[in-house]
Design a protein around this ligand. Structure first.
Ligand SMILES: *Cc1c(COP(=O)(O)O)cnc(C)c1O
Length: 494
């Protein structure tokens, strides 16, 4: 029986999902906005992070909600079970990994983007113009041509992956998308300090991580150019086809910047694609003090970067910038993209973002970025970025002033790696970091430097101040004493 024969089967007046009570919903929405602003404003009064009690973890493990619930009840559950147990990167004491702090304009931009529910895959609408404008701004920041390709993605893991795909297609020609990679012989080059997502990009692209030459680093954790030249010569002699060199602008472990000018020279001389992983470091270009350290980044063929790290835009807001938009498009556009071009109507507005990446449906990440860039301005954002580097210097000085502590990597940019010198330093420092997390006082992370476990403070949050790094050092020293590893007194008892 069709629905026309049985009108009750698809009732025409079943109602939509909009509020039945608009005034009540509006009042509740205002409370929710106030709550999130209170959360940001009062962040210093709370612990950085707190362990999730088992009852809280279990509290969201409920049956599929088949029936309806009041918005305020769901919000109440969010306030009790989710909000207090977030990552903590809004907090100025969060110095773990490389997480941005978020911005209030970004929060509001995200809300407005959801309100208009824009799909930035394609078609002709102003949200795409906002994204295109951010591409033009980034082309300006990095000295790329005004018609460079650019696209928002989830993060730099995706942007680096896409950078590898663009480079691969540029090296082999667009037919590689049809024929695949069998016997390609392509080889890529990156340093041992390169983020693991570059290896994964090689795996996911079908090139295979065996085709990635991992080069040693010098005493400042930068790619060893001599080793790069030797590897290139060796591979060419073996009949392979070097096609890509990945330089990092701000490595995750130590904040090192590869010799980008030299890499650009070498890539130009040898016909290689020069991709820069500038996930967090690229936006150092917004600081006149830091920009000279990134010299050469503007000569890249493509740059992967995140607005959600040093750019402070709420998650997620990764970005890929490609010097030559034709190369960018060729790696992703469907062959039909040129056939279905309308001049008028909603289906006009080419080029569409869906032709510059793997996603079709795409959210409006550009809006929270646009709000953040416009409301704060690049000068203030650049100053906030620069301040994180000053704080890293301050932290380094505090570490150097204490005999109990040892600096493992000097502050290149905003990252300091150090450790407590107590007995059995690897387990001791791992324990110190876990205890700090659970104390809620500070949240550094760990990494391995020259085979030693290091406490790694990556200062990214625009809210972090001198008192926050001082609290970190004091908490590490306290933990060292509490864990019975005071090397000065020689007391290693428990
Ligand atoms: C964070 C980071 C990545 C990964 O970026 P996501 O946005 O987390 O996907 C890659 N490279 C470097 C240098 C990073 O700092």
């Amino acid at each position: 029986m069709s629905s026309a024969e049985n009108p009750d089967f698809f009732p025409l007046d079943a109602g939509d999902l909009d509020p039945a009570d608009w005034p009540g919903t509006r009042a509740q929405a205002h409370r929710m906005l106030d709550d999130v602003l209170d959360y940001v404003q009062g962040v210093r009064e709370r612990p950085v992070w707190r362990p999730i009690p088992p009852a809280v973890r279990a509290s969201v493990q409920e049956p599929l909600p088949t029936g309806a619930a009041a918005l305020e009840d769901v919000h109440r559950q969010f306030l009790a079970s989710v909000m207090p147990y977030a990552t903590g990167n809004v907090h100025p004491g969060f110095m773990g990994w490389v997480h941005g702090g978020g911005t209030v304009p970004g929060v509001l931009g995200e809300m407005l983007a959801a309100g208009i529910n824009a799909n930035l895959g394609g078609r002709d609408h102003m949200p795409i113009e906002v994204e295109r404008q951010i591409t033009r701004w980034m082309a300006e920041v990095f000295g790329f041509p005004a018609d460079a390709g650019g696209i928002f993605v989830t993060g730099s893991s995706m942007a680096n992956f896409m950078g590898v795909l663009v480079a691969r297609t540029a090296a082999l020609g667009v037919q590689v998308r049809r024929t695949g990679l069998a016997g390609h012989g392509l080889t890529a080059y990156a340093s041992a300090s390169t983020h693991s997502c570059v290896r994964r990009a090689m795996e996911m692209s079908g090139l295979g991580s065996d085709a990635l030459r991992v080069l040693p680093v010098d005493s400042r954790w930068r790619m060893d150019l001599g080793a790069l030249k030797e590897a290139l010569a060796r591979d060419r002699a073996a009949g392979l086809k070097p096609f890509l060199v990945v330089g990092t602008a701000g490595t995750v472990d130590t904040g090192a910047i590869d010799p980008l000018e030299d890499l650009a020279d070498l890539a130009a001389a040898q016909g290689l694609w020069f991709h820069v992983d500038g996930a967090y470091g690229a936006l150092g270009m917004l600081s006149p003090v830091l920009a000279p350290m990134l010299s050469g980044i503007g000569r890249a063929d493509s740059i992967a970067m995140d607005f959600h790290k040093w750019g402070q835009v709420p998650y997620d807001a990764g970005f890929l910038l490609v010097r030559n938009a034709d190369r960018h498009r060729e790696a992703f556009a469907s062959p039909a993209a040129y056939l279905r071009r309308e001049d008028r109507g909603l289906a006009a507005g080419h080029d569409w973002p869906c032709d510059f990446g793997p996603d079709l449906s795409r959210g409006f990440r550009a809006l929270k970025t646009w709000f953040t860039l416009k409301v704060h301005g690049t000068e203030r954002l650049g100053a906030a970025i620069e301040r994180t580097c000053r704080l890293a210097r301050h932290l380094q000085a505090l570490v150097e002033a204490r005999p109990e502590l040892e600096l493992l990597a000097p502050a290149n940019l905003n990252i300091v790696c150090f450790r407590h010198r107590g007995k059995d330093p690897d387990p001791l420092n791992a324990r110190i970091v876990t205890d700090l997390h659970e104390s809620g006082l500070a949240a550094p992370s760990t990494t391995t430097i020259d085979g030693h476990l290091a406490i790694r403070a990556a200062i990214v949050n625009h809210r972090s101040r001198a008192e926050d790094v001082e609290r970190l050092v004091a908490a590490v020293l306290d933990a060292g004493v509490r864990l019975g590893s005071d090397p000065v007194s020689g007391n290693t008892g428990s």
